[in-house]
Design a protein around this ligand. Structure first.
Ligand code: 5GP
Ligand code: MN
Length: 328
């Protein structure tokens, strides 16, 4: 296991010819921004790069350049120069191709999660980066890449959405600088913000209304969350991607230190699972809580997918948040 620099990854990319770039299941703005941004840039540098995603792009990311060319089936990796795994805090986050690629050579792990176990042959991991898209930017800078509007739109989206539009503590000077540079290169901030945060489908708002009827505020207002059944999701006619940002509602309540959403999901294998999202203040390490459910993430934003009964998982999760508050 080695730790690599942006320059080393840039050299590896410049020296190769054929790549695949991929990220985690249920991709978010940083995941797809990094994958599509890097794929665009590599193509402009004269390389071949397939952008793979097990799951379709969520509705709010449909504006990303190249989103229509995402490959949903694994293209094979026998004569690739590298498999570029982006924004995966754990190797299993790649989804169903884990078995196919976990012993493959030339896996390049590019990520900004502190708990990353360095699963690649190459590892460029930096928890101080705002986003994986920021790390892709650094690699491309090291490769003397001249940013075009498509690449800039993708990387802007990744940095902007992983800072949650510069609301989060990872809104570093570099995050602002990179976004400024991407706007200068052709990213359209008003258009990106409209897709990410302003426009909502009616079913998303219907789902939000149903979900909020379950709002529970506990522990003298320090823990709050919502519990979403399959029936609520179906009743609203909402898709899996309608949940983005839902956890920000309990999180927005003054005094809340631990916010959560737990919801029933049906996987691509038809199996029922429970997905949890956690947001915390500095008094709770969210990764300690989600680790109890086999998940991960960042100190203030983490998640998990597990099996079990919705109400039981909720109770267990609230108890875990309470325990962390008690020991804070
Ligand atoms: P969200 O709550 O927005 O789905 O995810 C918040 C953070 O937790 C993200 O950084 C995401 O990568 C991480 N995360 C979400 N679900 C999982 C999971 O099932 N496993 C791991 N290891 N991390 C997760
Ligand atoms: Mn990220």
């Amino acid at each position: 296991m080695t730790m690599n620099s942006a320059v080393e990854i840039a050299d590896l990319l410049l020296g190769g010819r054929r790549f695949v770039a991929l990220s985690h299941t249920n991709p978010d703005g940083d995941a797809l921004g990094a994958v599509l941004g890097l794929a665009h840039a590599l193509r402009r540098l004269g390389k071949e790069c397939v952008a793979y995603s097990q799951d379709a792009a969520p509705y709010f990311l449909r504006y990303l350049p190249g989103v229509g060319d995402l490959r949903r089936d694994w293209p094979g990796h026998n004569d690739l120069d590298a498999i570029l795994v982006l924004d995966c805090g754990d190797f299993y986050r790649v989804g169903k191709i884990l078995e196919t690629i976990q012993n493959a050579p030339r896996v390049v792990n590019i990520d900004h999660h502190a708990s990353n176990p360095m699963f690649g042959e190459w590892n460029f991991v930096d928890e101080s980066a705002s986003s994986t898209s920021e790390m892709v930017y650094r690699i491309l800078r090291a490769a003397d890449f001249v940013f075009d509007a498509d690449t800039a739109t993708c990387l802007y989206t990744g940095v902007f959405s992983d800072t949650r539009a510069f609301h989060n503590a990872n809104s570093s000077p570099d995050a602002y600088r990179i976004c400024g540079e991407m706007v200068a290169a052709g990213a359209d901030p008003a258009r990106v913000a409209r897709h990410l945060y302003i426009e909502q489908r009616p079913e998303s708002i219907r789902l939000m209304a149903a979900a909020l009827t379950t709002l529970a505020i506990e522990d003298d207002g320090r823990i709050a969350g919502v519990t979403v059944t399959r029936e609520m999701t179906d009743g609203a006619g909402a898709a899996q991607d309608a949940f983005e940002g839902l956890v920000d509602i309990p999180r927005s309540i003054i005094g809340v230190e631990g916010a959560y959403v737990v919801r029933e999901v049906v996987g691509s294998d038809g199996k029922k699972r429970i997905k949890g999202s956690i947001r915390t203040t500095e008094r709770i390490d969210a990764t300690v809580v989600t680790a109890q459910f086999g998940g991960g993430g960042h100190r203030r934003a983490a998640g998990f997918t597990t099996e079990g009964e919705l109400g039981d998982i909720r109770d267990h999760l609230v108890a875990a948040l309470r325990e962390q508050l008690g020991s804070a």
